[in-house]
Design a protein around this ligand. Structure first.
Ligand SMILES: *Cc1c(COP(=O)(O)O)cnc(C)c1O
Length: 237
């Protein structure tokens, strides 16, 4: 099997998993966007995926992502999702190529992204990342990034008040050692609270290769799936 066939088969399997989970949950599979996480894999894989109909790709490191986005600049139909931790000084770079940023967790970063978006003359879609560890009764160090406590709502308010940022909803990674369904239900409850002040922020970014079924059951709208489609990543650097 060549790479394209391999990716096509894995995409098919993943879409079947999503469809089965949606059926189980009484949801329309079309209500979820599959973001294919291509971090650590070459731009040639992104091009193959685009050829297979993928439009949403996710990246987690600015340097790698900006290089790939530049290499694939001819594919204007690709939507670049940034899902990794963002250093404030990278916000300007990110605003030049990212369409959606899933990992916004502090007000200072909101300000930096707004400045970057304005300078680039672009609008950015934003998810506020929530740290669920303490919300599911784990120690803070089980967390995988994100805002804690009431900070979630302060960050969301800051996004909503920014001229060139659009608040889409909340994002989380299930904490290590937590039951994913419980973690995602917690996220969904917070999202419901968020909608009281921000009725249009109806999206939920949750679910990865290992826990996408739990995320679909909890109402996710954006799945971020990497290894189930591209294979296991080279050792994390
Ligand atoms: C890498 C990554 C993913 C994809 O993880 P897989 O287990 O490979 O599907 C999803 N979300 C975030 C935030 C990631 O960093």
């Amino acid at each position: 099997m060549n790479r394209r066939e391999e990716l096509a088969a894995a995409l098919e399997r993943t879409r079947a998993r999503i469809a089965a989970a949606a059926r189980e949950a009484g949801r329309d599979p079309a209500g979820t966007t599959l973001v294919v996480v291509t971090k650590f894999f070459p731009a040639s894989d992104v091009a193959e995926l685009a050829g297979l109909g993928v439009r949403d790709v996710g990246e987690s490191r600015d340097q790698e992502a900006s290089a790939k986005a530049a290499e694939l600049a001819g594919r204007a139909d690709l939507h670049w999702h940034f899902i990794g931790q963002v250093q404030t000084n990278k916000a300007r770079s990110l605003a030049r190529y990212a369409d959606t940023v899933h990992s916004v967790d502090r007000v200072r970063l909101v300000q930096a992204l707004q400045a970057g978006a304005e300078q680039a003359g672009r609008d950015l879609d934003v998810f506020v990342q929530v740290d669920l560890a303490q919300r599911v009764g784990l120690d803070a160090d089980a967390g995988r990034g994100g805002a804690t406590g009431e900070e979630v709502f302060r960050v969301a308010d800051a996004v909503a008040a920014s001229a060139d940022l659009r608040l889409r909803g909340l994002m989380a990674v299930a904490p290590l050692g937590a039951e994913p369904r419980r973690a995602f239900d917690e996220l969904a409850a917070l999202a419901e609270r968020l909608r009281r002040d921000h009725p249009r922020a109806v999206e939920l970014s949750a679910g990865m290769s290992g826990d996408l079924e739990a995320a679909v059951a909890a109402g996710t709208t954006h799945l971020r799936v990497g290894s189930a489609i591209l294979g296991s990543r080279p050792l994390a650097r």
